[in-house]
Write a protein of this length. Sequence first.
Length: 296
Amino acid sequence: MRGERMQDGMTARALYQDVRRRLAQAGKPAFDAAYLLEKHVHLRREELPLRGDRPVPEAVRAALWADVERRAAGEPLQYLLGEWEFMGLPFKVGPGVLIPRPETELLAEAAIDYLKSCRPGGAVTRLLELCAGSGCVAISAARATGCEAVCLDYSTDALAYLRANITLHGLEGRVRAVEGDMLLPPHGALSGPFDVLLCNPPYIRTGELPTLQAEVQREPVLALDGGEDGLRFYRALCTWVPVLHPGGMLACEVGMGQAEDVARLLADAGLQNVAVRNDYAGIGRMVRGFRASADQ
């Protein structure tokens, strides 16, 4: 079979079918084959009926099959592509950084909606994101609203992608990457005041890490392990409330079944109008609240 794949003059259409069969054997979906074909052959699946008879050079086929075998072995598709979409925008990703997920768009949407409404008259707004990872949330908000943002992350690997994404979107003047630990008290540029505080922290219970899907286990444990009960970083997040302007918004992503516990933590920290928003699957996925106004 390998020899048939590598034969001279093999067409893109035949190559796609071979790749699709190999990934299906490994339990991977058909769209993985389409993404990898587009990466290496620069043809989308819908183009195959009209343009799929063009031959694919041997070097291109070899590079494609190397990625196919890595995908079959469980490496995340997003890492193989080196880029993934979030809020309709491209973000560089790879080993060492959490992969952007659709449910996290709720966090970006909440920030954008609030920032557009909280400072009428065009005053500059400021956002702080803890555990920023690739920076997809803060960068999306900065592009949509013109806000300034500070992004904190502990991982040097994640910070490399964060800085690359700031550059990719031309935001070097408005978005700043800072290396640091959200478990420590805020200081310096992290002290605020900010209009919005965002966090998508590690929230998987330590004991559940070995049960995660193989692809998820390839993502950095620093971005997954939320401690024994999964709430370690939410307790720390509550200590950051003072960096908010009076009336400022805190919003965070939570794991399945954690929304009520996190909402209680935020309310106990003094936030008002604490509410939970469900994701597209009906799971409580985002919790947000507001710092009391100065006159309250």
